[in-house]
Design a protein around this ligand. Structure first.
Ligand code: XIL
Length: 567
């Protein structure tokens, strides 16, 4: 059943319509004779400020399998890539705007055909849903044609339909960012590791064999974990992989206020988190704290809501929570996400004023001076071109914290990716934008929710390489590594049955391979062996005159050399 009977012709400009013009024009050499030419003259703050809209007059059932086909071409673009962009959306035409698809498309001067397949995420009565093309981006002129939106109901499965492979700029093997990133990695993430071998008398031993075996990097490679899964008997695979793959962890939920307040039932206690942290620390893994204040009613304990009308009691309750939890975890955590998602979680600020955010940082610092204090939000690196308002607001809030003297140390960027994949050059630009505050940046919640596993692997590899190459980035934490413990059942590394995904292989190749130093060779005439090596922890084995000795060593930039004495 066709959901857009007249095709692109029936779409009308909506919103700030003075910013754009749309008219049908003739087209040659394509399977369609006419296309809609849209000229966007002004930049918008929100992608939905100006859009093409059409009501869906037919009812749609939850689970219906739908295929949209469309053609896009650039006429004029202000982007360096020369491309134009829009986003196809099907949603409820009123609050809460529940979406079934939100799919970014980009094209250059040649017509490009897209297949967008999706399933209805809810039922829409006749006339309730709308199809949209978002246009609230930079000024551009684009042509849209050949649109069909076919609803196959339950006759076909999603996998029966064609799909256009998603892309991102810079995915090609020869993309120039690759060599530049490799060069920065070489400079930033390595230092000279010198091993001086001495005999029992303290004399240099030339020709001794030195083998470097790196066990962890200094740069953070982490995952969200579940404290209980680490500390209960069993779950061997989960535990072994956590220890093998990561040097950093964050509890997915164990330190959130709602569960700790009892809203999620039994088992969510500070003791459980402390036990989990102990397990991690015994396995050489540092723990980030997530999260002290997630300031919307939907993410706060139920018990707080009645205080909405008593601001001073509310202020005191939040402050007390920050102090109590940071005190309970004092000295155990490397970071605390003090504030989470201020862009669309601001009920507390609406009541108490934005300066209250500064108070939370002060309270956290006072109770636990050793934890670095972070802010965290989503749609900073992810979210595609439509995330501009989110990014602008993040910069505004960070600046407010800096200006008001909040004691804070780090900027968290979640990194939940959908179909809008940000290319390396854009990632670097975004990082620079926030690096100007002089704080460390961590990617705190990476995952990629697409069904093309090969593309997910390539993106993961390119994304990690890009981040590892940027001087302000201190680490990357993924939001779970296994489908069996992941909020979208689509974790980056392992499937439910523990088989390795292509992205898992890509991660292993980088983090256990390319970004680690495993090298060896003989000492020179002065009894010294030197290599430029990745910063982090090593086991160094020295073999000479039939004896072998292994010592631990941590390579830091500007740190001391290692001296090994043979008995
Ligand atoms: C999610 C968890 O993964 C879920 O288990 C929980 O039910 C809801 O929260 N941004 C964040 C995380 O900062 O805390 C969220 O975690 C995912 C989005």
């Amino acid at each position: 059943m066709e959901l857009s009977e007249a095709g692109i012709e029936s779409f009308k400009l909506q919103g700030k319509t003075e910013r754009a013009t749309a008219q049908m024009v003739a087209v040659e050499g394509q399977p369609f004779a006419r296309a809609l030419r849209v000229e966007v003259k002004e930049k918008s703050g929100n992608p939905w400020d100006v859009q093409l809209q059409q009501r869906v007059e037919k009812p749609v059932q939850v689970g219906d399998v739908i295929l949209a086909t469309l053609y896009l071409k650039a006429e004029a673009s202000h982007e360096e890539s020369g491309e134009v962009q829009t986003e196809l959306v099907m949603e409820l035409g009123r609050e809460p705007w529940s979406k079934s698809v939100s799919y970014p498309v980009r094209a250059g001067q040649e017509w490009r055909k897209f297949y967008v397949r999706y399933q209805a995420q809810r039922s829409y009565a006749a006339g309730e849903a709308q199809l949209l093309f978002r246009l609230g981006f930079t000024p551009q002129t684009l042509l849209l044609g050949g649109l069909t939106v076919e609803n196959f109901g339950s006759q076909l499965a999603l996998a029966d339909l064609p799909t256009t492979r998603l892309t991102y700029p810079g995915m090609e093997p020869e993309a120039p960012w690759r060599a530049a990133a490799a060069e920065r990695i070489e400079k930033l993430r390595k230092a000279e590791l010198a091993v001086a071998v001495r005999d029992r008398q303290g004399k240099p031993v030339p020709g001794a064999l030195v083998q470097l075996h790196q066990t962890k990097q200094e740069f953070g490679f982490g995952s969200a974990v579940v404290a209980q899964t680490l500390t209960r008997p069993g779950n061997d695979k989960y535990k072994a992989l956590t220890a093998e793959l990561f040097n950093t962890a964050v509890f997915e939920n164990n330190l959130k206020w709602q569960p700790l307040a009892g809203d999620w039932g039994e088992g969510w206690t500070v003791e459980a988190a402390l036990k989990g942290q102990q397990w991690l620390s015994e396995h050489g893994i540092q723990t980030r704290g997530h999260v002290l204040v997630w300031p919307s009613w939907r993410n706060l304990p139920r018990s707080l809501k009645p205080l909405a009308k008593e601001p001073e009691k509310l202020r005191a309750a939040v402050s007390q929570h920050v102090t109590e939890l940071t005190t309970a975890m004092r000295g155990k955590l490397v970071h605390w996400d003090v504030l989470n998602e201020p862009f669309d979680n601001h009920d507390l600020m609406d009541i108490l004023g934005e300066d209250v955010m500064v108070d939370w940082y002060r309270a956290a610092r006072a109770a636990d001076p050793s934890a670095k204090l972070f802010i965290n939000d989503y749609a900073i690196l992810s979210g595609g071109p439509g995330a501009t308002p989110h990014r602008d607001n993040y910069e505004r809030v960070i600046k407010l914290l800096v200006d008001k003297g909040a004691p804070f140390d780090g900027i968290g960027m979640q990194g939940h990716f959908g179909s809008a994949l940000t290319g390396p050059e854009d990632v670097l630009k975004l990082l620079d934008r926030y690096a100007k505050f002089g704080k460390q940046i961590w990617i705190t919640e990476y995952d990629i929710d697409i069904d093309d596993e090969a593309l997910a692997a390539q993106f993961t590899s390119d994304f990690y390489t890009t981040l590892f190459s940027h001087p302000a980035v201190g680490g990357i934490v993924m939001w779970g590594f296994w489908d069996g413990a992941h909020w979208h059942k689509n974790a980056p590394l392992y499937r439910q049955d523990w088989s390795l995904k292509p992205a898992g292989q890509a991660y292993r190749d980088l983090v256990l391979g390319k970004f680690r130093t495993s090298e060896g060779g003989p000492t020179d005439a002065s009894g010294t062996f030197k290599r430029r090596a990745f910063l982090g922890s090593y086991e160094v084995t020295v073999t000479a005159a039939g004896q072998s000795k292994t010592v631990p060593f941590v390579l830091r930039a500007g740190g001391p050399a290692l001296s090994v004495s043979l008995d």
